[in-house]
Structure formats: C-alpha cells, structure tokens
Write a protein that binds this ligand. Sequence first.
Ligand code: NAD
Length: 485
Amino acid sequence: MMVSRIIPVEPFDLVVFGGTGDLARRKILPALYRRFRAGQMPKNARVIGVARAAMDDAAYRAFAAAAIAEAGGGEAEPPAEGADFLARLGYVAVDAEAAAGWEALGARLRPGVVRACYFSVAPGLFATLADRLHAHALAGPGTRIVVEKPFGHDLDSARALNATLARHFGEGQIYRIDHYLGKETVQNLMAVRFANILFEPLWNARFVDHVQITVAESVGVAGRGAYYDRAGAMRDMVQNHLMQLLCLIAMEPPHRFEPDAVRDEKLKVIRALDPLLPGEVVRGQYRAGPGSAGYRADAQNPASDTESFIAMRVGISNWRWKGTPFYLRTGKRLRARASEIAIAFREPPHAIFDQQEGWKENVLSIRLQPNEGMNLRVMIKEPGPGGMRLTDVPLDMSFATALGAGGAVIPDAYERLIMDVIRGNQTLFMRGDEVEAAWAWTDPAIALWQAAGDRPLPYDPGSSGPEDALMLMHRDGRRWREIRE
Ligand code: NAD
C-alpha cells in the first residue's frame, strides 16, 4: 500500500463567497474537511463563509457539519476531530452588491497569512466581488482569487471579465477553476505521457489513428435548466472541460512541469484547432422517457433549440497531429455516467500471422469517472495448441486495485485544487489567454449553427445520443466506444 506524503500548507485565511451555496455544501466544505483529516491544514488555518443571509459562526458550523456528513454518505466521524475542524470556520454576512458587511469581514482577516478569496457565487457577481474587495482594501498584491465556472459566455464577455479582474489582480493571483484538471486521472495522463518512454514516441499522427473523448452524464438538466438553456453542451462542457482534456493529450511536452510552461503548450494546441464546420458537429436534445421529462420541459422552454448533447470531429493543424481526428462528445440523460479518453493506435504496418481476424487495435483508455484508472488493450496469442490465433487482453491499471489495500481513496478534484491555491501553484488552473482562445474557437461554430437555423436532433433518454452522432464516426470507418459505467 502506498502511503501518500502530506505536507501541511502555510497558514491561510480562505474566504468562501457563496459559502452557503450548493457548491460550498457539496464540494468545497467537504474537500476542506478531508484535507484537514489528512493533516494538510495547519492549526491556524481559517475558513470564512460569506453570503447574504444573517447567520452566526455557530450556525455556519452546523451548516458545515451537515454538509460534511452528507458528503461522507452519513458515515460517523470521530467527534473530536470534527469539532477541531469546525472551530476553524467562521461566517460573515456580506452582500456582494452593497456596502454593508465588508468592514466586519476585514476585521476577521489576519495579516501575514496566505489570503485566498473563493468566488463561489453566480458568475454575474465575479467582477463585482473583485471591485469590492479592492474598494474595501481587503485584497493586496499577495491575495489570491479563485474564480468558478463559467468564465464568460463568449469571447467578448470573457475578455471583459479578464479585463475587470486585471484591474485589481495580476495574472499570478487569479485561479480560474476547471475542476477536470484536478482529477487524479487527468494528472496521471501527464505522468503517463511524460514520465515513461513507452508512449511519447508513439504519441502522434503516424501511430495514433484517432482519439475519443466522452463525458457522458445520466442526469438531465432539471434544477439548473434556466442556466443551462442559455449555455448548452458546447458552452457548458466543451469550451472548458473537453477542451482542457484535449489540450493535455495533444500538447507538446512542456520543458518543466510548471504553470506557464504547461499553459503555454496548451494554448498552442487551442490555437492550432481547425475551425469546426457544420458537417462535423451533431447536436442533440433528449426526449421525454418513461418517468422522465424531456429537455424542453426540464429547461422550462418549450421552444428551446439548446443542445443537451454534442458530438464533433476536431482536427489539429500542426506537425504532430495533422491527420489524426479527435472525436469529442458530451451530453445529458445518456445511458450511463461515464467519462473517458481513448487513444486508438493504428494497425501494425504488416501482418505476419495467417489468422489476423482476431486483431483489434491497441487502445489506451483513461477513465475519469467512475472507477478512475487506465487500461491498455494489447494483442496476445490465444492460449492453447493449434495455430496462432490472436486475442486482445486488457493491461488493467485501475488505481483502486493498484494503489491501495482495499481500494485507494482518490481525492476529490476540489481537495487538490484548493490546496494548490494555498500553495500558490497555478499549473492546474486556466490562464486568461487560454480561456479566451477557447472561446475564440467556440464562438464561430455556434454562430454557424445559429445562422443556419440548425435545430438539435431528438434522442432517447438512456441512449448514446442521436444516430447522427454514431454516423459521424461510421463514415470515417470508426466507431465510438460504448458508454458504460
Ligand atoms: P448557489 O446559487 O447554490 O449559491 C450561491 C451562493 O452565493 C449562496 O451562498 C448565496 O447566498 C450567495 N449569494 C448570492 N447572492 C449574493 C450576494 N449578492 N452577495 C453575497 N452572496 C451572495 O450556486 P452554486 O451552485 O453554489 O454555484 C456557485 C458558483 O459555482 C457558480 O459560479 C457556479 O456556476 C459554479 N459551479 C457550481 C457547481 C455546482 O455543482 N453547484 C459546479 C461547477 C461550478
């Protein structure tokens, strides 16, 4: 069993704006608690929840205790440790859009410790918070801000937000969250590529036939339909998460694993993406099914043309990847919640065996959820006498089996990312120019389908999306991998 080494971070004050919201409850507070239990949070760390509602420290601690219990699946925690953690929490009522409360917040903040402000509020408030923090002199040159998604709605709004943040904060102080980058397997993708000699020589158009990235969800959009209907799968998932995954697969080796070295390489990939043409995109919208409403009902917009599914074929025009398509798809109400990346290698140049019918391509698949891990399919001889028959077997590297007795605990992305903010490491956060470049690629594609009056194709809940998405690959003589847990 591998024991992870825990190095406590420096003392910090973490202000969570939106501290009573859904994200704070489900992710941020439980992540902090797990880091505390792992021994990573120093004694004098403080977490200050901020929202509009009037509440005292005790009430916020009760809120946090409930959130942690809920996230832990009801598992009983040792009370002493839990109380120790809760003692580090406080609460201040501040309305981001008004003047009251800021002084009280300032009185809670300590000089000489790392100060980080997490903007876990509606995106419309990101710029306001930056302005107010500055106006009330709560942010200095060492203060870090953590900005949630979505970062803009298109290129213009992302530029405007970058410009507002840049008025008060240097790029080195801004941590734009894409929680996919905090996933353990996603970081492992970089380790596999750059800490082994095996893969990198094959990692190009000469040896890679194609790449597939699937982020499938089984849930619909009910509950957040109003937001989602203005975004759609392209803006909500592709512009950020799928784009980041594509970049990590396609980028050149950075000269060091350092924030700007990595982000420079990702930016080059985004800039090398071919413009998306209408024939390379399939949009879908889920129908009603037995016991589940259709997209339009969930979004409360009976005439909606927003896509809840999108599949596309993306080309990269550079020396490494010209000729290797990247197929991306993501959607709601699909047959399973499953996210994976698959690198499909080409056929060997020459077949020496008579019975090649069992031959299958080598595929390196990287699972993001559930069951994080990697799998490499290789051809072997089918056991037994008589002829040379081939069969493919998985070299399974599921992390739970490989790394721990009884299953390794894979930390949640937010644990890693929040601690990186305190450490001052921006490698796994998006730089402003990256986000803008991603929008600059996304916007024209959206404009094309809007101008054409394109309507998303209906698909059945629990399916793999519209038939046309399957055809997108079939016509290239390829097929999607099955979506399954
Ligand atoms: P939410 O609506 O549940 O919570 C918003 C929080 O902001 C609440 O604590 C609310 O009291 C507070 N708030 C609202 N107006 C305020 C004001 N004027 N002044 C001070 N506080 C105010 O939202 P959420 O789901 O927690 O999302 C927070 C951010 O995280 C959003 O940017 C969202 O896009 C992003 N995000 C959320 C999730 C998720 O799973 N919930 C996932 C990814 C990204």
